[in-house]
Design a protein around this ligand. Sequence first.
Ligand SMILES: NC(=O)C1=CN([C@@H]2O[C@H](COP(=O)(O)OP(=O)(O)OC[C@H]3O[C@@H](n4cnc5c(N)ncnc54)[C@H](O)[C@@H]3O)[C@@H](O)[C@H]2O)C=CC1
Ligand SMILES: CC(C)CC(=O)C(=O)O
Ligand SMILES: [Mg+2]
Length: 351
Amino acid sequence: MKLNIALLAGDGIGPEVIDQAVKVSDAVAKKFNHEINWRPALTGAAAIDAVGEPYPDETHEICASSDAVLFGAIGHPRFDNDPSAKVRPEQGLLKMRKKLGLFANVRPTFTFPSLLDKSPLKRERIEGTDLVFLRELTGGIYFGEKGRRDEGETAFDNCVYTRAEVQRLAKKGFELAMTRGKKLCCVDKANVLETSRLWRETVQAMEKEYPEVEVSYEFVDAVAMRLVQWPNSYDVLITENLFGDILTDEASVISGSMGLMPSASLGSNIGLFEPIHGSYPQATGLNIANPMATVLSAAMMFENFGLQKEGKAIRDAVNSALNKGIVTEDLADGGKAFGTSEVGDWLSKNI
Ligand SMILES: NC(=O)C1=CN([C@@H]2O[C@H](COP(=O)(O)OP(=O)(O)OC[C@H]3O[C@@H](n4cnc5c(N)ncnc54)[C@H](O)[C@@H]3O)[C@@H](O)[C@H]2O)C=CC1
Ligand SMILES: CC(C)CC(=O)C(=O)O
Ligand SMILES: [Mg+2]
């Protein structure tokens, strides 16, 4: 297969982890006789510095005309620490997701046998965890009208959802549940929020189309607790943009590190494959960031093309690296820590 992949490294550790995902993907392509044409493009603070905006038209054209997008991370402290900045790196990611129609962010959480005893959570609580968050990605409070009034003394961010937005995300959730444990949890705050009541009403109305799926409705605050208490009781969780963003960072503690958490952002056309973490600015240029989240995002990319063996080759290499202790400092537990590029080299040689 010949694949054109837009490559958006971004900021902070983005370029370092992307380099490893490219190495590993190239090794997979070589092994299975594929050809990957990487198409680098600017985004985030790097794009603001170069052309004044975080998702330039040229980058969009490269993404929209590729078969998929592989993304690192964006964000820089000079924007984080300047609340008055009008043009911000994160706007680039939001704009890209919206313009590419990527409404469903698939964020799997699973445990790795060799890391079970390194988690701050007890083994018996996390063992066997295999859940997937489907986070709505192009609606809700991240995209509603926002602003200031009363001469800047009052700020607002509106949370808006349409029934159609909830339906298309929930449909993906039901379909995913049918291929897995047939359990779906709708995470909302329907005791308080009108948007959540629309979510609940919409999902309830869809239940009869999927009689085999056992559906539960839980409030987001309770899920934040149960997620670390009994994570292995969940299968597929669907939720709105903000709740999904927060709960999935929490879920990284179950797997063992933010540096292990991949994701796929899907719509009806091309997919964007991105680690769930940010640009981890403190680690920029230090060769210490864990590249596995980005490498596993590349595995999701291959699988989304229907290339299951290729995805499995990456997952197997990651598992053996973890088993053999070829890990960056976030997983070294006081033992030997390998560099970002050393882990990438090891993975690509062991494909
Ligand atoms: N998708 C994206 O590009 C995202 C961008 N951001 C941006 O990233 C910047 C930093 O945000 P933070 O809240 O600090 O989130 P972050 O995800 O960059 O880092 C939070 C913590 O997670 C750990 N971590 C993250 N990635 C890791 C990796 N690959 N290996 C090992 N440990 C890792 C580190 O302990 C780090 O301090 C901000 O500018 C923020 O806006 C934040 C989240 C997502
Ligand atoms: C716009 C991003 C910075 C939001 C985020 O944290 C994420 O998508 O995980
Ligand atoms: Mg996030």
